[in-house]
Design a protein. Structure first.
Length: 346
C-alpha cells in the first residue's frame, strides 16, 4: 500500500472499509464541510482541476491499491460509455429532418425522445469500475467477509480463500460469472471469540466487589455456612425413598448436560460497521458456509447502478472523472503487454 495514512481526516477520502474513521470521512464528503469541494456548479476551480479532483476521489475508493498505469491499461474499459448530454446532437438532427421536409421521420424521432426522457438514462458512468468490482479481493469484501478490502487482499495472499474449491493466492484475478469463493472461518475476524466486546470497567468492578463481599461473609460465619450446607445436603425421607426405587441410566457419573451456548459460532461485528454491511445484486453469499457466488457482471439501469460508490452514480464527480479518462485513454496493448495481463477468467 503506497499511502499508509488512508484514513486521513485532512484529506477525507472514503475507502472500501468499515473503519469508524472512514465512516466519518464519508459523512464529511456527503453532508459535512468537504461536500462543497465536489459542488462544481459554483466552483472557482478550472476544468482541469475539477477533473483531477474527481478522478482522485473515485480512485481512492475504487482500487486505490492499484497503480494508476496498471488501472488504465487493464481495468479501464477500452470503450468508455458516453455520459454527456445528447440534447444538442438530437436538436441538430431534428432541425435537419424538418429542413429536409421529412415530417414523418421527425415525428417518430420526437416520440422516441419523449419515451427516453420519460424513462431516463442509465448511470453508465459508474461502469468504468466494473472490472475492479470483479477482482477476487473486492468480492471478498463485498460479501462482508472482511473489514476492509486491504484485509481481504491479505486473506487471499495468505491462502485463506478458495476459488471453486482450490486454493488461490492471486488477488488480481477477475472472476467469471458462476465462480464461487470460500473463506476460511478461522480467518474471519468477527467470527473469533476474541472479537467479542469486553465488559465495561464499571461492571467488572461491581463483579469483583460482590465476589469479595461473599468471600468475607464466608470467612466471618464458617459455622453457619457449614450448618446450611449440611441441611441442604441431607435429603428428606420421601426423597430418599424415591431415590432407592429410581433407575439410573448407564454411566450416569460421566453424563453431563450439553451447554447450548458452547457450540454456537461467535459473531461480533466491529463498532459502526452496520452502514457498510450490504450485498450487491451480482453476489449471492452463503454465510452458513462462508462462501459466495459471483452471479454475473454488474450493470446499470435507468435511475440505478449496481456498483456501490459513495458518490452519485450519475453526478458531477462521475462525469468529470469520465472526461478525465477519455483524454488519457489506454494505449494499444502489444503481445508483451498481454503476457503481463492479470488473470481474467471472463
Amino acid at each position: 500500500m503506497r499511502d499508509a495514512n488512508v484514513y486521513s481526516i485532512r484529506r477525507a477520502m472514503p475507502r472500501m472499509s468499515w473503519h469508524p474513521q472512514n465512516l466519518y470521512n464519508l459523512w464529511r464528503r456527503s453532508l459535512g464541510g468537504k461536500r462543497l469541494e465536489t459542488d462544481f456548479t459554483s466552483s472557482t476551480k478550472s476544468l482541469f482541476q475539477q477533473r483531477w479532483a474527481s478522478k482522485a476521489l473515485l480512485r481512492a475508493y475504487h482500487g486505490d491499491f492499484i497503480n494508476e498505469k496498471i488501472f488504465k491499461r487493464w481495468y479501464l474499459p477500452e470503450t468508455l460509455p458516453d455520459v454527456r448530454s445528447q440534447a444538442s446532437r438530437i436538436a441538430n438532427a431534428a432541425s435537419m429532418n424538418k429542413w429536409a421536409r421529412r415530417d414523418q421521420t421527425a415525428d417518430r424521432e420526437a416520440k422516441r425522445l419523449e419515451n427516453e426522457a420519460a424513462k431516463g438514462l442509465a448511470p453508465v458512468g459508474s461502469l468504468m469500475f466494473r472490472e475492479v468490482e470483479r477482482r477476487i479481493d473486492v468480492i471478498v469484501f463485498r460479501s462482508c467477509f472482511a473489514h476492509s478490502v486491504y484485509e481481504a487482499r491479505r486473506l487471499v495472499i495468505h491462502g485463506d480463500v478458495l476459488l471453486n474449491g482450490k486454493k488461490h493466492t492471486n488477488p488480481n484475478t477477475r472472476l467469471a460469472p458462476g465462480d464461487m469463493i470460500t473463506v476460511d472461518p478461522k480467518a474471519i475476524r468477527f467470527l473469533r471469540p476474541s472479537a467479542a466486546p469486553k465488559p465495561d470497567s464499571e461492571a467488572a468492578a461491581t463483579d469483583s466487589t460482590s465476589i469479595e463481599e461473599e468471600a468475607s461473609t464466608d470467612t466471618e460465619n464458617p459455622e453457619a455456612n457449614h450448618s446450611e450446607s449440611v441441611e441442604q445436603a441431607a435429603p428428606s425421607s420421601s426423597e430418599a425413598d424415591m431415590a432407592k426405587h429410581a433407575v439410573l441410566p448407564a454411566k450416569s457419573k460421566n453424563w453431563k448436560r450439553a451447554d447450548p451456548k458452547k457450540n454456537l459460532t461467535p459473531f461480533s461485528l466491529p463498532p459502526y460497521a452496520s452502514p457498510s454491511i450490504f450485498i450487491p445484486a451480482y453476489i449471492e453469499p452463503s454465510f452458513a458456509t462462508c462462501s459466495a457466488i459471483y452471479v454475473r457482471h454488474p450493470t446499470a439501469r435507468p435511475g440505478y447502478s449496481e456498483i456501490p460508490t459513495p458518490y452519485d452514480a450519475d453526478g458531477e464527480v462521475i462525469r468529470a472523472a469520465w472526461e478525465w479518462y477519455t483524454r488519457v485513454r489506454p494505449r494499444m496493448r502489444s503481445k508483451s503487454q498481454l503476457a503481463r495481463m492479470p488473470e481474467n477468467r471472463q
